[in-house]
Design a protein around this ligand. Structure first.
Ligand SMILES: Cc1cc2nc3c(=O)[nH]c(=O)nc-3n(C[C@H](O)[C@H](O)[C@H](O)COP(=O)(O)OP(=O)(O)OC[C@H]3O[C@@H](n4cnc5c(N)ncnc54)[C@H](O)[C@@H]3O)c2cc1C
Length: 395
């Protein structure tokens, strides 16, 4: 039987997260250490220490590595509360790409690698990045086009290639690189490697100017030149990189949905308060049906998004891969929340496109979400392929 009752402990944790974000984190939204390339590392470290003191650091990580060991359903509740400020997930160290990396490393890395890489990451001593996407003609929506190569030389691999849109590369303590491994002429397949940063072979050419601005370190364009990594720094097995990318991506795209739902709720609360207080044509704007209906549509959309997220989280907790459902949720939530915040901008009138409120910033962030962790069209294409495979031949 389906039961949506939350355990008292989960409600308490959600409420504690809400209070933490409202009282301690939102005041930092005007901090001078925020730039168009995200919060600085000094700010990130300060926020992490607040979350650590509040017992809210890395809640998704298992207690063995210092976290709270939350299930996916519990993450849905807590990450939404964290997302109410775009600095909440940064403070609680449950933002992309670190959160997805931690999740994958707990499942795939060996014990020595976990001590070396996961433990300092989980405790926020370092940040990390995930380097998969390449400029054309390399890997983008189609990871099969991976062009970065790792050539085996004795007990090392030498990696060469180019990556871009790599979130958090600047000042990261290590990176996970996806490259096509070769042993001489023999191709071994897409493989994930650790590399400590900074190092000369992983050169950040520039931080790209993007529509969004909430990720620490921005998004880097990287040249990888003769980067030597030891074979002990292969993550999991050689040739299994795409499989591990899937292990990382299905939950990672869902946690984006959770955090952005919190941000959209914030935009909606601001728009609803404005519409209740601002008058026009003899009454509060909210009493004009055109405005009231926009807010009603927001409530409907966010409720449906919350249910979609909880369904996938519940499936993941049961041990399902939930690829089909997480694809559907990613498309639905990213597109619905974009429309929610677009309506919030409209309700706020001219101030909606200014920095008088945080709504303008949330709107820009949500535009990018329709592209990363799989553009909507790629998910629809994958969903359509599954529909097609289910059909019995008619001739
Ligand atoms: C803010 C941001 C942060 C990111 N962070 C990271 C990161 O940390 N690490 C990392 O490795 N990557 C990162 N990315 C890259 C992201 O994963 C890619 O942008 C995404 O996979 C799409 O690849 P692409 O940009 O090369 O688009 P392309 O592959 O060139 O695709 C362009 C468009 O073509 C369409 N399309 C593609 N395939 C199909 C299809 N089969 N059917 C229909 N339409 C299709 C889609 O509309 C798509 O948007 C980030 C991107 C953004 C915007």
């Amino acid at each position: 039987m389906i039961d949506f009752t939350l355990a008292p402990a989960d409600i308490a944790l959600r409420d504690r997260t809400r209070a933490f974000v409202r009282e301690h984190i939102i005041p930092y939204e005007q901090d001078a250490r925020l730039s168009s390339h995200g919060p600085s590392d000094a700010l990130r470290v300060e926020l992490n220490s607040l979350a650590r003191d509040a017992g809210l650091l890395a809640p998704h990580v298992s207690p063995h590595y210092g976290g709270l060991g939350l299930s996916h359903v519990q993450r849905a509740i807590v990450f939404e509360a964290a997302g109410y400020s775009m600095l909440g997930p940064i403070a609680m160290h449950c933002a992309a790409p670190d959160e997805g990396n931690m999740h994958m490393l707990e499942l795939v890395a060996n014990e020595a690698q976990k001590e070396q890489y996961l433990r300092p990451l989980a405790t926020a001593q370092v940040r990390s990045c995930f380097a998969m996407t390449e400029p054309k003609p390399g890997a983008g929506a189609d990871p099969g086009q991976l062009a970065t190569r790792a050539d085996k030389q004795g007990d090392h691999y030498v990696i060469n290639g180019e990556k871009w849109l790599i979130t958090g590369a600047e000042n990261a303590g290590f990176t996970i690189i996806m490259a096509r491994a070769f042993d001489g002429a023999q191709e071994l397949g897409p493989t994930m490697f650790f590399a400590r940063l900074p190092q000369a072979g992983f050169r950040i050419e520039r931080i790209m100017n993007t529509i969004d601005s909430s990720f620490t370190g921005g998004h880097g364009h990287i040249k990888i030149e003769n980067l030597r990594v030891h074979q002990d720094d292969v993550i999991g097995e050689v040739g299994q990189g795409l499989k591990y990318a899937q292990i990382r991506l299905a939950p990672a795209r869902l946690t984006h949905c959770m955090r952005w739902l919190g941000a959209a709720q914030r935009a909606h609360d601001i728009a609803a308060a404005y519409a209740a207080q601002r008058t026009g044509f003899g009454k509060p704007l909210i009493e004009h049906e055109g405005v009231g209906f926009m807010l009603a549509d927001n409530e409907i959309a966010m409720h449906m998004c919350r249910l979609a997220i909880l369904d996938v989280a519940w499936r993941l907790d049961k041990g399902e891969h939930a690829r089909h459902e997480s694809s559907m949720a990613k498309v639905f939530v990213s597109e619905q929340l974009y429309q929610v915040v677009d309506r919030c901008v409209q309700v706020l009138g001219g101030s909606g496109v200014t920095d008088v409120t945080v709504v303008e910033k949330i709107f820009k962030e949500l535009r990018a979400f329709r592209i990363y962790d799989g553009p909507s069209e790629v998910h629809r294409w994958a969903i359509a392929n599954r529909v097609s495979r289910k059909q019995t031949p008619r001739h």
